[in-house]
Design a protein around this ligand. Structure first.
Ligand code: URA
Ligand code: SF4
Length: 269
């Protein structure tokens, strides 16, 4: 497998860039969900039936991020409860995992009308919630579903090239997959999803290698001033360590230096 553009083999140890901790002081996922339910920070609040903060296990080490709620999700206030959700369940069962093993949320928490892609300003408005969810959940692996979600963490990525790759983002594993809705529309994409998801256990195992030895994660409370859970900055360029490189499995790392540019991400999957 060749390296993704913008990525190098991440066989090195990373020094995480220390960024400001989130300013948003939702102390728990429940507090955050309550804030989301009454949020009016973007226009999507005007057309929603229910906001969809996310659901699942906070301790499974896997955060799955879709794009935005669809019709059924908007009705029920829960993520991935429609046909895409059924396919997602089937994919997880292959590994095998269930909803109870993962936490699932979306880039935007309210349904974009007619299931259109969320607009850049909507993604930006909703971003603090996702950032804080990431801090609170502290997942080992971030699974992005579809293009919009992948671009949040890997703005230079191409879903057609990067799906199923085990990447690194700020000391975590980033594992982009096609969106299940794309799999429902296109059998070839469904087959790719079925193949890619089998690498999720490998992604979880790979996560142990991304721990920064300088940071003691056990004592790193979410309330601390200095957090090693940056959610919007990128990791520093990797050190080259050829000896490690030679003995490690290919693990790709995200070297991106830009933040998400929402206007480039709207599109097919
Ligand atoms: N598609 C998404 O991106 N998210 C959902 O929650 C449901 C469908
Ligand atoms: Fe608030 Fe996000 Fe819903 Fe917009 S999409 S109203 S920012 S919760």
């Amino acid at each position: 497998m060749s390296s993704a553009p913008g990525h190098t083999l991440a066989t090195d140890r990373h020094t995480l860039t220390k960024t400001e901790p989130s300013k948003n002081r939702w102390n728990t996922l429940d507090e955050l969900a309550t804030a989301v339910s009454s949020c009016t920070n973007c226009a999507l609040h005007g057309t929603r039936t229910n906001a969809v903060p996310g659901s699942g296990s906070p301790s499974g080490g896997i955060l799955i991020i879709g794009e935005g709620p669809g019709f059924n999700e908007d009705q029920q206030g829960l993520p991935f409860v429609g046909r895409s959700g059924k396919l997602l369940d089937e994919l997880l069962a292959e590994v095998p995992l269930s909803r109870d093993d993962v936490f699932i949320t979306n880039v935007v928490k309210c349904r974009p009308p007619d299931n259109r892609d969320p607009l850049p300003d909507e993604v930006a408005a909703c971003r603090p919630y996702l950032e804080r969810q990431l801090e609170l959940l502290d997942p080992k692996v971030i699974v992005t579903l579809g293009r919009v979600s992948m671009l949040r963490y890997y703005p230079k990525g191409k879903i057609s090239e990067d799906h199923g790759k085990i990447l690194e983002w700020e000391g975590r594993i980033l594992f982009p997959l096609y969106h299940p809705a794309a799999g429902l529309r296109n059998p070839a994409i469904k087959r790719e999803l079925q193949k890619d998801v089998l690498k999720l256990p490998e992604a979880l195992r790979a996560s142990t290698r991304t721990t920064n030895p300088e940071i003691d994660t056990d004592t790193n409370s979410n309330e601390q001033e200095e957090s090693n859970r940056p959610s919007s900055q990128t990791a520093e360029a990797p050190n080259n360590n050829e000896a490690e490189a030679n003995k490690s499995e290919p693990l790709l790392t995200n070297e991106t230096t830009e933040k998400e540019k929402g206007d480039r991400q709207l599109g097919m999957f």
